[in-house]
Design a protein around this ligand. Structure first.
Ligand SMILES: *Cc1c(COP(=O)(O)O)cnc(C)c1O
Length: 468
């Protein structure tokens, strides 16, 4: 049945009106897409016109705490609940404040990639991850296949737990771990016709591991499966994996994107369309995966983002590029200092020329819209690094315990410098064997460098190392 036969003239009137609004929105998006990264990050799609006509001139996007949306009449309600007109309906489904953030993130992650993108914002990084992978881990019609996916083992501790316990132990989905993710041949050897996707994290937390993003995207596509990448530590200011063929990009918004540290959040950004051989009756599954997840699995499972958190993220995001530039430069200085120190036997930082993955990361980690004077973008490697303290693990604990400015916390991505010992915190649950495989020894201190003057942070590290 066509819409004409199915819906009353009253409902059709709303659908017609919505078409006009959608056309205007598309025109506006096309206009904003032509702007530079910083301009998009600062304004997003919130225009002076919208501020004046709908929001009493408020300079900042409005915070809609309301749980639900009211409708003019039954016709509008029917059109809305059938998703025939733009609507947000109920904050578990969508929310206008959260939508501002989604639109900006889609544009920033798609910036100069040559692809259109869509974005879903969720309550946390973990819920974005869960929604992304679960959509591919469903049985197909015949239902007898033994499903697997291939993942780098050098990933966030929580993701490792999610894959190894929730997926492998509880559901019998096989996770095939890649130990050296830069080695594309190791990935190739682990894929078969029941592999549903490739999963990587780059740069990885905490090991600073990296992969050949383009090679993995090509490899995934040769099997007609998507390449999913957690790009939390890069942020779109330093790398946009979609430019190299990645299908789905995940972020913990809790980290560098909301560097002020006041909100949890996650984001799932997908290329339009993604590559997948999973059969799904909903055309959005392939054409606009993030929207598909938003309309269906997200709605049905409930990891809704809090609108206030979305506003915090949106507000911190505006200066993402300049902040990532600053903290990357601070990190380079601190990594150089650490690499010269006699009590430090290893420094893992992608920005160090001596680091074994430096030349690979160099191809990908570049400050957006920067210029080295010769027409090339400047390499910047983010603010996460780790170093290993000479001697028994107690030495690392001593150094850690005597920091005076650097905070001791499992957190990262902050405007403040924060350190942790991954083996006794973020990677505690993995167990010794998995930690060894992932190269997370108890001598390792992870440091996420903030926006302080780097000389003061170096002095803080220096006073503790010299007390050994
Ligand atoms: C923190 C983190 C996550 C999980 O995000 P939450 O917002 O804490 O749920 C996922 N990936 C990486 C790389 C992280 O650092």
């Amino acid at each position: 049945m066509s819409d004409k036969q199915k819906y009353s003239p009253g409902v059709r009137k709303y659908i017609e009106q919505a078409k006009k609004i959608l056309d205007q929105k598309k025109e506006q998006t096309d206009r904003v897409k032509k702007l530079k990264f910083d301009t998009i990050a600062v304004h997003g799609l919130y225009t002076p016109d919208e501020a004046l006509s709908q929001n009493q001139g408020a300079v900042i996007e409005p915070l809609y705490l309301s749980t639900a949306q009211a409708y003019r009449d039954s016709d509008e309600m029917e059109a809305a609940l059938a998703y025939l007109i733009p609507t947000w309906c109920y904050t578990r489904f969508a929310n206008p404040t959260t939508t501002y953030l989604e639109l900006v993130l889609a544009l920033l992650e798609g910036y100069q990639t040559g692809s259109d993108t869509s974005c879903l914002v969720t309550a946390s990084g973990m819920s974005a991850l869960m929604l992304a992978v679960d959509s591919f881990l469903i049985k197909q019609k015949q239902g007898t296949e033994k499903i697997n996916f291939v993942s780098s083992i050098q990933i966030y501790g929580g993701t490792f737990q999610h894959f190894s316990i929730r997926k492998m132990e509880e559901r019998g989905i096989e996770v095939r771990w890649v130990e050296h993710q830069k080695d594309s041949e190791e990935w190739r050897a682990k894929i078969d016709e029941n592999t549903r996707f490739l999963y990587s994290e780059a740069p990885s937390n905490p090991q600073q591991s990296f992969c050949d993003v383009k090679a993995l995207a090509d490899l995934a596509h040769s099997w007609e499966i998507p390449f999913i990448i957690d790009s939390t530590c890069a942020t779109p200011a330093l790398m946009r994996p979609i430019a190299y063929g990645a299908d789905i990009v995940l972020h913990s918004l809790t980290k560098s994107i909301t560097s002020g540290g006041l909100a949890m959040g996650g984001a799932l950004i997908s290329r339009k369309p993604i590559v997948t051989k999973i059969k799904n009756d909903n055309p959005l599954f392939k054409e606009s995966f993030a929207e598909y997840v938003k309309f269906l699995p997200y709605r049905d499972t409930g990891p809704a983002a809090a609108p206030l958190n979305a506003l915090f993220a949106l507000n911190d995001l505006r200066t993402l590029r300049s902040k990532m530039d600053l903290v990357s430069q601070n990190s380079e200085k601190i990594a150089e200092y650490l690499s010269q120190h006699p009590r430090v036997y290893q420094v893992d930082y992608l920005g160090l020329e001596s680091y074994h993955l430096h030349s690979l990361a160099k191809n990908y980690m570049k400050l957006v819209d920067s210029d080295d004077g010769k027409g090339n973008e400047i390499n910047r490697y983010g603010h996460l690094l780790s170093f290993r303290v000479d001697g028994p693990p107690q030495n690392a604990r001593h150094v850690f315990d005597t920091f005076k400015i650097i905070l001791r916390a499992g957190d990262l991505g902050r405007i403040k410098s924060i350190a942790t010992i991954p083996a006794i915190s973020t990677h505690l649950q993995q167990g010794e064997e998995a930690r060894a495989k992932a190269d997370v020894p108890p001598q390792m201190i992870r440091l996420c460098v903030g926006a302080e003057n780097p000389d003061d942070i170096i002095a803080d590290i220096d006073q503790t190392l010299s007390s050994l």
